[in-house]
Ligand binder design. Sequence first.
Ligand code: AMP
Length: 399
Amino acid sequence: MSSFQDHNFNGQKVLVRVDFNVPLNDKLEVTDDNRIRAAIPTIKKIISDGGKLILMSHLGRPKGGPEDKFSLKHIIPTLAGLLGNDTTVLFANDCAGEQALLTANMMRNGEVLLLENLRFYKEEEKGDAAFAEKLARLGDVWVNDAFGTAHRAHASTAVIAQYFPKQNRMFGLLMEAEVSSAEKVMHQSEKPFVAIIGGAKVSDKILIIENLLERATDIIIGGGMAYTFMKAEGGEIGTSLCEEERLETALAILKKAEEKGVNIHLPSDSVIANKFAADAETSMAPSNNITPGWMGLDIGANACSQFANVIMHSKTILWNGPMGVFEMHNFQHGTRCIAEAVAAATQKGAFSLVGGGDSVSAVNQFGFADKVSYVSTGGGAMLEYFEGKTLPGIAAVKD
Ligand code: AMP
């Protein structure tokens, strides 16, 4: 693996896998350009070196053939806007055919070629080697900058690596930042290390909790998943979210934590509501003694200070999942408190990594994104990394 920063791309055809899987509205306009922005530093370095930049990505979930609503041509205005007038952005309406090859071979230094959606070929997700080889013909160097798909062994994210010698495959700047933040938390965490895990379901987070039991000092459990733990310990949780089939798992996690000396923190109190709605009647209750017919939709004031105290004493912080139904105004206080505490601890010198779709939206929504050490762009990939899995997109570059 080579260092992207030290490589001079002048005159080279640089094939970069990016994650431009952005949301489009009815008029097929980009409504959130964060993923495109995240790739700009990598793109600019290659252009300013005088490289010929060939961008490949997927967009949405096409059924395996061309579909206009999933065409990457819709993102050209956004990409061109972010790159400015000096950069020419070309488009190939097929990613693996002869037109792409011809255009790539005719490009001038500093130009950008965006290829059509990789997932218009079923071979992409199948990790088909012949398809990967076709893509590989387009570039002298392969750069993986798509952390969002690093957990997939697809043709363009992993299989393609074999067609480039080791010195010609590398991480882009986004991928490098993602991987080094994740490695810092997973392998070089300064203690105390707190993991804050929230969200709806225990079942989605079992593997990550189990892996963190080997590494963390403290694990804070909030969100809907906390009530399965409360019930498993004999609490009354009313109509709160509960996974009956996970009660045993919850008890096993608590037991294992005790054996390992990891402190598990559950919310002592909750904001409760008489229905799952923004205009519900609300009240406060101990999380293990919720009024029948009512449900816990956010952590309560005591839980906020209890959790904030743990966070403030930590040196490494990993946060995945909201503390409550933060999409509704009445139930966002807990998630906001945690965001504030993570920001304050970061300011005191802790390293904080926020990863996973909903906690990332919460941190962005509340304006804390630049007050934490790192906000990951890859939800599923980050989760799998912290479950302890090897991500094919990382292994393909490193091994
Ligand atoms: P996840 O995708 O598993 O991280 O879950 C995120 C979702 O969990 C968000 O949409 C939240 O609204 C939801 N959530 C958080 N706390 C609760 C709760 N107490 N009851 C129901 N849903 C919740």
